[in-house]
Design a protein around this ligand. Structure first.
Ligand code: NAD
Ligand code: UFG
Length: 339
C-alpha cells in the first residue's frame, strides 16, 4: 500500500478518488487551498470510508508549504488535481489560470524532485485533442491548440511533463485525458458542487430539477449529430476515480510519460442526457434551445482501448447510473455542501 499526496483532493473528482484510495488501503494526504471546494467534502470522505486522511490547507504555488508536506510524510506518488477549470473564466482572467495551472504544476514537480518523488498522475482533458480529429479520439491523434485558455494550460502542462520525463528517466507520469465526468458516490454524500452558475451540463440539469434554476439552455440544435445537439462521452466519477488507482499501479512499475483516455467510448447527445435524466429520476427538466456556445465541437467521445488494455481499467457504470447518482447527490444536498 502506498502513501499518496492528492493535490486538489477536496474537489469533485479528488474527493471521489480519495474514497477509492482509502477503500483500497492507501494512505492519503490531501493538499488543497479550498479555492473551489469545501473541507466538508473531506469530512464526508472519512465518514464514508471509516478511515482517516490527512488534510493540509495550502497552495501548490507555495514551495515552502509543499516542502513541509514532503518532509512530514513519506510520499510514494502524487495525484495532481489542483487547478482552476472554468472555461469562460479562463478567457477573462488568463493570468490567474496560467499561474494556478501552469506555474502551480511547475511548483509541484519541482517540490517532488526536491523530495525525490517521481511518480505522478496528472488530470488532463480531452480538450487537448485537435478539433479536426474525428471521434472516437485515440491517444495517437494529434493534439491541437485548444480554443480556450483553460485547455491551453492542460496542453502546456502535458507537454512540459512529457519533456521532463524524456530529460530525466526517474520520472514516471500518467496523463489522464478525462472526457466528461458526471455522477456522484452512490451514497449521495459527496458530489459536484460548482460555485455560481454551472458551466457544465450535468450540474445545470440537476439544479433545474431541484428548482435552483429555471430552465436549461441547450446550446445548439443544428449540429451534425443524431438529434442536432452536441454529443459527449460522459463518464461516472467513480469509474474516473478508479482509473487513477489503475494508473498509479501502472506508474509505480514503469518509467516515462504516457497518456490515456478516460471515457466510456459512448457518445450521448444533450437531448438524450436530458430525456434519460427525466425518465430515470421521474423529474422534469424545463429547457429551451439557445444558440451554439462558442468553442464547442459537435461530437467528442473516446477510444478507451488503451486504458482498458494497459491499465486494467474498465468503466462499470451506465449513463442511467450516472444520471441517477447525480440526482441522488443533488436532491440530498440541494445547496451542495452549504446544506
Ligand atoms: P474542482 O474545482 O472540484 O477541484 C479542484 C480542486 O483544486 C479544488 O478543491 C480547488 O480548491 C483546488 N485548487 C485549485 N487551485 C489550487 C491551488 N493553486 N492550490 C491548491 N489547490 C487548488 O475540479 P474537478 O472537477 O474535481 O477537477 C479536478 C481536475 O481535473 C482539475 O485539474 C480539472 O482541470 C481536471 N479536469 C476536470 C474536468 C471536469 O469536467 N470536471 C474535465 C477534465 C479535466
Ligand atoms: N451544454 C448545454 N447547456 C449547458 C451546458 C452545456 O447545452 O448549460 C452542452 C454543451 O454545448 C455540450 C455538452 O452540453 O454539447 C457538454 O458541455 P459541458 O460544458 O458539460 O462539457 P464540455 O464538453 O464542453 O467540456 C468538458 C469539460 C472541460 C473540458 C472539455 C473537454 O467541462 O473541462 O470537456 O472536451 F475541457
Amino acid at each position: 500500500m502506498a502513501n499518496i499526496l492528492v493535490t486538489g483532493g477536496a474537489g469533485y473528482i479528488g474527493s471521489h478518488t480519495c474514497v477509492e484510495l482509502l477503500n483500497a488501503g492507501h494512505s492519503v494526504v490531501v493538499f488543497d487551498n479550498l479555492s473551489n471546494s469545501s473541507e466538508e467534502a473531506l469530512v464526508r470522505v472519512q465518514a464514508l470510508t471509516a478511515k482517516s486522511l490527512i488534510f493540509v490547507e495550502g497552495d501548490i504555488r507555495d514551495a515552502n508549504a509543499l516542502d513541509q508536506v514532503f518532509a512530514a510524510h513519506q510520499i510514494d506518488a502524487v495525484i495532481h488535481f489542483a487547478g482552476l477549470k472554468a472555461v469562460g473564466e479562463s478567457q477573462q482572467i488568463p493570468l490567474v489560470y496560467f499561474d494556478n495551472n501552469i506555474a502551480g504544476s511547475i511548483s509541484l514537480v519541482q517540490a517532488m524532485q526536491r523530495a525525490n518523488v517521481f511518480n505522478l498522475v496528472f488530470s488532463s482533458s480531452a480538450t487537448v485533442y485537435d478539433e479536426a480529429n474525428i471521434s472516437p479520439l485515440n491517444e495517437d491523434m494529434p493534439t491541437g491548440m485548444p480554443s480556450n485558455n483553460y485547455g491551453y494550460t492542460k496542453l502546456i502542462v502535458e507537454q512540459m511533463l512529457q519533456k521532463l520525463a524524456i530529460a530525466d528517466a526517474r520520472w514516471s507520469i500518467a496523463l489522464l485525458r478525462y472526457f466528461n465526468p458526471v455522477g456522484a458516490h452512490k451514497s449521495g454524500r459527496i458530489g459536484e458542487d460548482p460555485q455560481g452558475i454551472p458551466n457544465n451540463l450535468m450540474p445545470y440539469v440537476t439544479q433545474v430539477a431541484v428548482g435552483r434554476r429555471e430552465k436549461l439552455s441547450i446550446f445548439g440544435q443544428d449540429y451534425d449529430t443524431v438529434d442536432g445537439t452536441g454529443v459527449r462521452d460522459y463518464i461516472h466519477v467513480v469509474d474516473l476515480a478508479n482509473a487513477h488507482l489503475c494508473a498509479l499501479n501502472n506508474r509505480l512499475e514503469a518509467a516515462g510519460c504516457r497518456a490515456w483516455n478516460i471515457g466510456t467510448g459512448n457518445g450521448s447527445s444533450v437531448l438524450e442526457v436530458k430525456n434519460t435524466f427525466e425518465q430515470v429520476n421521474g423529474v422534469a427538466v424545463a429547457f429551451e434551445f439557445a444558440p451554439r456556445r462558442e468553442g464547442d465541437v459537435a461530437t467528442s467521445f473516446a477510444d478507451n482501448a488503451r486504458a482498458i488494455a494497459e491499465l486494467g481499467w474498465k468503466p462499470q457504470y451506465t449513463l442511467e447510473d450516472m444520471l441517477a447518482d447525480s440526482w441522488n447527490w443533488q436532491k440530498q444536498n440541494p445547496e451542495g455542501y452549504k446544506k
